[in-house]
Design a binder for this molecule. Structure first.
Ligand code: ZN
Length: 472
């Protein structure tokens, strides 16, 4: 089958097994009856095939790669394999993995022109499992190494050298990649929202292949059915996250918001089950590291909107209890139902408020998700422009860092993109005029309305845990 597919790809034909042309004696063609039409078998697309696929997000065709396929309907389709008997899981080469989806056969078409194939090749991300055949040994090695390292970072929440991996570990990494390429749970219900998920998440086996999971929005217990959830909601006493309330606003954070917000601090070692559920839930919307089961070394800060029914989870960030690298945030997520409301920046702002109370500067752990990076860039830009506009007197980069708890490297990087810093005699110095700041502010309108009222934070820094409790 595969060799046949390859052969057809080379010649640029659509792979349909039509019978050869019927030889007819000349002159008889017109009078002969049309033979009864049998439907042509549809091409089966193998994993790794590059195709053009009509996407759900805009209804247009985009270059894509088949990641997986599964049989649907009758399994006893007459005769050989028919492409129409499958659903295909596709990754759009130009887009983030969150848009990967299952599609029916009719939305796929083969890519045949050499120019299009070349474009696809250049878009394909490197993969351990399907290295490009044209990659030379050196090229392949680099790709494998980079990819493995990324996977390893994701799973272990750390960044060891990939050279340290034994062959057995490499095999495990490959298996892990294979398993996580296809999104497992398609949908969840959480409070009043039904959400389409974005990515694979490692739920325990009995839940891992459910089409939809039902979450208690307060204790985050997840269930298979609505019926079980309804029963649970009658019994469940929780109406807010566990842990301690450390921030409660009296008003909504802006005129755009309806309800006041709160932060709860949860100890991963104490409320382990809640924090594990939170990590599994968030992994459905994050394409990289989360800590899953290794939660005891982290604090979790859960943001909620408060109304008469209770506290509704909006998002959270986690923070390593004792970060040697000065990370003040490990994972950050705003649930899709609350995105585009400024909550990402509110979570980031809160993480820096905690750093200020600790008398430290902080920075988020890398890599950040694409959405996380957008929120951070926006937060840093707004905070720094606001300070540069309002501050009277002279300021150094160090001063900016002290005032904001933002690490100097992040400040320099942000100001470089705004062209507000220059390199002079071996160091970066501010190169700011009020006019330049005003110009930038026209673009980056300061929404000072979504802000933390630091006077309402009831939190004190934790004593550093002794070194024996430091994570591996
Ligand atoms: Zn519950």
């Amino acid at each position: 089958m595969a060799s046949d597919a390859e052969e057809k790809e080379k010649t640029g034909e659509a792979m349909v097994a039509t019978p050869g042309p019927v030889q007819r004696p000349e002159g008889l063609a017109e009078v002969e009856e049309e033979p009864p039409k049998t439907p042509e078998p549809k091409r089966v697309y193998e994993a790794g095939t590059q195709v053009s696929c009509k996407a759900s997000f805009d209804g247009q065709n985009h270059p894509a790669e088949v990641v997986d396929r599964r049989r649907v309907g009758r399994t006893d389709t007459a005769g050989a394999d028919d492409g129409g008997a499958y659903l295909y899981y596709v990754h759009y080469l130009e887009y983030n993995k969150r848009l990967d989806e299952w599609v029916e056969h009719g939305r796929l078409s083969p890519i045949t022109s050499p120019a299009e194939l070349k474009k696809c090749d250049s878009l394909r991300s490197p993969s351990v499992l399907s290295p490009r055949h044209d990659a030379g040994p050196g090229q392949l090695e680099r790709k494998v190494t980079r990819n493995l390292k990324r996977r390893y970072d994701e799973i272990h929440h750390t960044a060891p050298d990939v050279e340290d991996l034994t062959p057995a570990e490499r095999t495990l990494e490959k298996e892990h990649e294979e398993k996580t390429k296809v999104k497992n749970i398609q949908m969840i219900e959480l409070g009043k929202y039904e959400l389409d998920t974005w990515y694979y998440s490692p739920f325990p086996d009995e839940y891992a292949s459910a089409f939809k999971l039902f979450f208690c929005e307060y204790c985050l217990k997840y269930m298979h059915s609505k019926k079980t959830l309804v029963k649970h909601m009658h019994k469940c006493q929780a109406r807010k996250p566990p842990g301690r309330e450390i921030y409660a606003s009296t008003r909504p954070p802006s005129v755009r918001h309806k309800n006041p917000v709160c932060f709860h601090e949860i100890d991963g070692a104490k409320d382990k089950r809640y924090c594990q559920s939170l990590c599994l839930l968030s992994k459905l919307f994050l394409d990289h590291k989360t800590c899953y089961y290794d939660v005891e070394h982290f604090w979790f800060y859960v943001l909620t909107e408060r109304d008469a029914q209770g506290h509704h989870i909006v998002g959270y960030f986690s923070k390593e209890k004792n970060s040697q690298e000065g990370f003040n945030l490990a994972c950050i997520l705003t649930l899709p139902s609350y995105q585009r409301k400024g909550y990402g920046k509110l979570l980031i702002a809160f993480s820096y408020e905690l750093s200020k109370l600790e008398g430290k500067v902080g920075t988020p752990e890398r890599p950040l998700s694409d959405l996380g990076l957008v929120s951070y860039r926006s937060y840093w830009t707004r905070v720094l422009l606001g300070l540069l506009r309002d501050y009277k007197g002279s300021l150094s980069i160090k001063d900016l860092s002290t005032l904001t708890a933002i690490r100097t490297e992040d400040i320099v990087q942000t100001l470089q993109t705004l062209n507000l810093v220059k390199y002079y005699k071996g160091q970066h110095i501010l190169n700011v005029t009020q006019r330049a700041v005003e110009e930038h502010l026209k673009v980056h309108k300061l929404s000072r309305d979504v802000a933390i009222d630091s006077s309402r934070i009831t939190w004190k820094p934790h004593a550093a845990p002794n070194s024996s409790s430091k994570k591996k």
